[in-house]
Design a protein around this ligand. Structure first.
Ligand SMILES: Cc1cc2nc3c(=O)[nH]c(=O)nc-3n(C[C@H](O)[C@H](O)[C@H](O)COP(=O)(O)OP(=O)(O)OC[C@H]3O[C@@H](n4cnc5c(N)ncnc54)[C@H](O)[C@@H]3O)c2cc1C
Length: 243
C-alpha cells in the first residue's frame, strides 16, 4: 500500500491514489485506507471539495456499465484529524468491511446464475428444432440439470456461511470459498445458458450476455478469483503462496 498520510498539527496530509473505485465520480465522501507514518493502516474520510482531491472517471468499461467507476487521487490533501476512523488500526479494518461485502457478492453472483438458468429453461421449452422443444434433447437437459444442481449446492454453501455469520462464527476463509464458488458456477452457467439460446443468446433481447459481462467484474473485484483460491489454499495447507 503506497497511499499514506503524514501528521501536520490539527490535520494530516494525504498522498496517493486508488484505482477502480465504484461511485468515485459522484461520491460525496470516500473512506480511504492509508498508511500513517508508523506504517499502520488507518481509515480516513475524505470529502469532495477538499483541495487536491480529484475523482477522474474510468472510461471504456464493457462490464458493469450501469455503475460509474473512477479513481480517487490525493495530492497533498489536508484532512482534519477528526476524519480519521478512531477505533481500528491495521488490516482488520478493511478486511472486516471486505468480508461483509464478499458475503453479499456470493449471493449476488447466484442471482445472475439463477436468471441465466431460468432464461435457458424457459427458452428450451419454447424453441422447437427437429419437431420438438430443444428441452426434450438429452444434451440440453444435461446442461439444465447440472445448472440447477450447481445453483442448489452453491445456495446451500452461502446459506450455511450466513447462518455461521449470524452466530458470529463465520471465518473470512469460508466467505472466500463461498464468493469464489458462486462466481465460478455463475460464469459457467452463464456460458452454457448462452449457448442454449443459440444465436438469440448473443442479443440484448435476453439478459445472459449482460450477466456474462458483469460477472467478469464480479470475479475480479472484492478479491480476485485467484486470490480467493490462494486464501483457501493457505487455509488448508498453512502455506502462504501469495508471495
Ligand atoms: C468494476 C470494478 C469496480 C471496482 N470497485 C472497487 C471499489 O469500489 N473499491 C475498491 O477498493 N476496489 C474496487 N475495484 C478494484 C478491484 O478490487 C481490483 O480490480 C481487484 O482487487 C484486482 O486488482 P487489480 O485490478 O489491480 O489486478 P492485479 O492485482 O493487477 O491482478 C492481475 C491478475 O494477477 C493476479 N494476481 C495478483 N497477485 C497475485 C498473486 N500474489 N498470486 C497469484 N496471482 C496474482 C490476479 O488474480 C489477477 O488475475 C473494482 C474493480 C472493478 C473491475
Amino acid at each position: 500500500m503506497i497511499t499514506n498520510f503524514k501528521d501536520a498539527g490539527d490535520h494530516v496530509i494525504l498522498n496517493g491514489a486508488k484505482m477502480w473505485i465504484s461511485n468515485a465520480p459522484f461520491a460525496h465522501v470516500a473512506v480511504v485506507w492509508a498508511k500513517n507514518e508508523a506504517g499502520d493502516i488507518q481509515g480516513v474520510i475524505v470529502e469532495r471539495g477538499m483541495e487536491g482531491f480529484t475523482t477522474p472517471t474510468t472510461h471504456g468499461k464493457w462490464s458493469l456499465r450501469a455503475s460509474a467507476t473512477g479513481e480517487l487521487v490525493f495530492d497533498n490533501v489536508k484532512v482534519p484529524k477528526e476524519n480519521i476512523l478512531p477505533n481500528v488500526k491495521g488490516l482488520k479494518g478493511p478486511l472486516g468491511c471486505l468480508t461483509k461485502a464478499r458475503y453479499g457478492i456470493a449471493w449476488g453472483a447466484l442471482g445472475a446464475a439463477m436468471d441465466c438458468y431460468d432464461t435457458a429453461l424457459r427458452y428450451s421449452k419454447e424453441r422447437v428444432q427437429f419437431d420438438r422443444p430443444i428441452g426434450g434433447f438429452q444434451l440440453q437437459q444435461k446442461k439444465l440439470a447440472e445448472m440447477v444442481t450447481e445453483i442448489t449446492k452453491a445456495q446451500l454453501l452461502v446459506w450455511r456461511v450466513g447462518v455461521l455469520m449470524d452466530q458470529g462464527k463465520a471465518t473470512p476463509q469460508q466467505v472466500s470459498m463461498a464468493k469464489r464458488n458462486s462466481c465460478e458456477i455463475a460464469t459457467n452457467i452463464a456460458r452454457d445458458a448462452r449457448q442454449m439460446l443459440g444465436g438469440m443468446g448473443i442479443t440484448g433481447e435476453f439478459s445472459i450476455m449482460r450477466h456474462m459481462m458483469n460477472l467478469e467484474s464480479v470475479i475480479t473485484y472484492e478479491g480476485t478469483h485467484d486470490i480467493h483460491l490462494l486464501i483457501t489454499g493457505m487455509d488448508v495447507t498453512g502455506f502462504n503462496a501469495f508471495k
